[in-house]
Design a protein around this ligand. Sequence first.
Ligand code: FCB
Length: 397
Amino acid sequence: MSKFPAGFLWGAATAPHQVEGNNHNSDFWQAEAAMPGMERSGDACDSYHRYAEDMRLLADSGCNAYRFGIEWARVEPEPGLVSRAELAHYRRMIDTAIDLGLTPVVTLHHFTNPRWFAAEGGWMGERAVERFLSYAETTAAILDGVPWVCTMNEPNMLAIMTMMARLAASGQQWQSPTVDDGARPVLPSPDPAIGRRLVDAHHAVRDLIRERTGAKVGWTVANQALVARPGGEEKLREVRYVREDLYLEGAKGDDFVGVQSYSSMWVGPDGIEPHPVRPDNTLVGTAYRPDSLGLAVRHTWEVTGGTPVLVTENGIATGDDERRIAYTSAALDGLEAAVADGVDVRGYLHWSLLDNYEWGHWAPTFGLIAVDRETFVRTPKPSLAWLGDLARRNGGR
Ligand code: FCB
């Protein structure tokens, strides 16, 4: 018997820059060209043209929801200059999802900014909130029939990226948020001033989208499932606040909060412990910790004071699809237990639908579907059929 409520969303997620291809007008495209060691996104998965095929594969598997994003750099190529053609493109994506029986979960911002926005000072620029609000106002016009809107993806990670972009601008080494070789370094804690700015931007856009559309609005927070070693309890509270809880508190009063969870990390008296190289690590150097989803969902529920949860990302970078199924199955056990304990969970969206461009790297494969990077041929992996079957039974196993 499944513990998942009726109407539960089952599906997968992608982000525009990682799958569309040729996102020329974005700051990340620019960074890829400038940063040593970064691979280019190039044509990515060419989902800009092939989204209907991607959605059909997801719908045919038995899943009922798709999370995808709208790319600001395409919709507003210059400040105040709106591309009606791009808006129409994203409207076609929404219609295609609905026609296929997939509930669209739409993200307005997933890490990438228009180049001009970055040049204006990015998220700490004087006009940042006003600019984002104006873009949201433009996109609100095409969101009819979209029941779930995520204003911003992983603001806590975006804050770190904003900090790193500043370092790069001052001539220091930039580092991709997901490295794929060596011991996984601990990313620096984000500056809380950036976090507060992002909270303001989120609240402004949340109010506007609520006013203009019938959508439930939230944002999606990267949850690191931090756990204290004996003696690390005080440090845990401190690092968790700047890395996570500030953003979860920003979700209080939202219609839902997106939980994004992959792994877990230990916190000792000196801070977060770098995770060592181990044979069972994932392809992004993180620990194999399917239990992190249950920890993340419970922590989110507690800090947000009972805001409904939508799992907007959970998955594993692996070349072994059986391992993906084992990981996901164990993660769902933890999710089901949280539901049984009273956490209001509305859906599970796996990261990712496709093997895609992992922010500077192509090697870490998170997809339920493999993509040939020259022919763009899609090859579903057994995990897609597995997740779709589960969706048909609403998680009954
Ligand atoms: C999350 C991002 C997503 C993807 C996964 C692996 O931090 O939101 O775009 O990179 O990690």
